[in-house]
Design a protein around this ligand. Structure first.
Ligand code: BTN
Length: 249
C-alpha cells in the first residue's frame, strides 16, 4: 500500500515507450489526473535536460514521469520537491549520502545517480500542466564504460548490493507526495533544499546555453536560482545551466 494522497493515485506500467515524458503527455491530453505516474521498463528515446539522451538500463534502472498541476506561483518549488524526494530516497533505500548538484542532479560521491526533467505543457488559469520526469540509476553497472563511469554511478555501484526497484519507486512516490503536499500548503522548501546542495561555496563555471558565467556559488534565492559572485565582486543570478566546478581559483 502506497498510502499517498495524490502522487501514485494511478500507476501505469509500460514495457517499451519512446519516453515516459511523451507517454505522460498523451495521458494528460486525454484527461489523465494529477498524480498519475507512468513507469517504463525501456525507453527508446529517453531524454534529459538540454535535449541530451538519457539511457535507462532495462530491468535495472527506473524511468518514470508524473502528471502535476501545480499553481503557477509554486512552480520553482516543484524542482526542489523532486530533487529532495529523489535524494531522500537514495539515502534511505540505498543507505547512502546523496547531494544535489544545482539545479537538478542527484549525486553520490560526486557522480550522478539520478536526473530530473521538468516539462511545462501549458497554463490553465493560475495552474500549470506539467510533466515531471525522473530517472534513477538503480542497479546498472556502468563501471566497464569509461565514458559513463567517469560522471555517473548507480545505487548498486555505491552500496555494493542489489537494490529492490519497487522499494525505490514506492519510497520515491511517498517522499514526493509528502513534499508536494507541503508545497501545495504554501511551505517553501528553499532552506532544506540549500542544505543538500553541494554546489554552494564552490567556484563554478556555468554554461547557461547562451553564456558562460564563472564565480563563487553563494546561495540559492527563493526562486531556486543560483546567486553567483563574479570576480569583480558583483552578484548575478542564474536560473538554469550546466555547472562544472572550477578547481583553479
Ligand atoms: C537530466 O539529468 O538531464 C534529466 C534526466 C531525466 C530522465 C528521465 S527518465 C524518465 C523521464 N523520461 C525521459 O525521457 N526523461 C526522464
Amino acid at each position: 500500500m502506497l498510502g499517498t494522497c495524490l502522487i501514485g493515485s494511478s500507476i501505469i506500467q509500460r514495457d517499451v515507450v519512446t519516453s515516459t515524458m511523451d507517454e505522460a503527455r498523451h495521458l494528460l491530453e486525454s484527461g489523465g489526473g494529477e498524480g498519475t505516474v507512468v513507469v517504463a521498463e525501456k525507453q527508446i528515446a529517453g531524454r534529459g535536460r538540454f535535449n541530451r539522451q538519457w539511457v535507462t538500463h532495462e530491468g535495472q534502472d527506473l524511468a518514470l514521469s508524473i502528471i502535476l498541476y501545480p499553481q503557477t506561483t509554486q512552480l520553482p518549488q516543484i524542482n526542489m520537491a523532486a530533487t529532495l524526494a529523489v535524494s531522500n530516497t537514495v539515502d534511505k533505500i540505498g543507505d547512502l549520502h546523496s547531494e544535489i548538484k544545482w539545479p537538478n542532479d542527484v549525486q553520490v560521491n560526486g557522480k550522478k545517480v539520478a536526473g530530473i526533467l521538468v516539462e511545462s505543457v501549458g497554463r490553465k488559469g493560475n495552474h500549470n500542466d506539467m510533466i515531471l520526469g525522473i530517472g534513477i540509476n538503480v542497479n546498472a553497472d556502468t563501471s566497464s564504460n569509461p565514458e559513463l563511469s567517469s560522471t555517473s554511478t548507480s545505487l548498486a555501484i555505491e552500496n555494493n548490493r542489489h537494490n529492490d526497484r519497487t522499494e525505490v519507486l514506492v519510497s520515491l512516490i511517498q517522499n514526493l507526495d509528502q513534499l508536494y503536499q507541503d508545497v501545495s500548503d504554501g511551505l517553501l522548501l528553499n532552506d532544506i533544499w540549500a542544505r543538500k546542495i553541494s554546489t554552494l561555496g564552490q567556484n563554478v563555471k556555468i554554461n547557461t546555453g547562451d553564456r558562460i558565467i564563472e564565480g563563487l556559488a553563494k546561495k540559492v534565492n527563493v526562486y531556486g536560482n543560483l546567486v553567483v559572485e563574479l570576480q569583480n565582486g558583483i552578484e548575478t543570478t542564474v536560473a538554469s545551466g550546466d555547472v562544472t566546478l572550477k578547481l583553479d581559483k
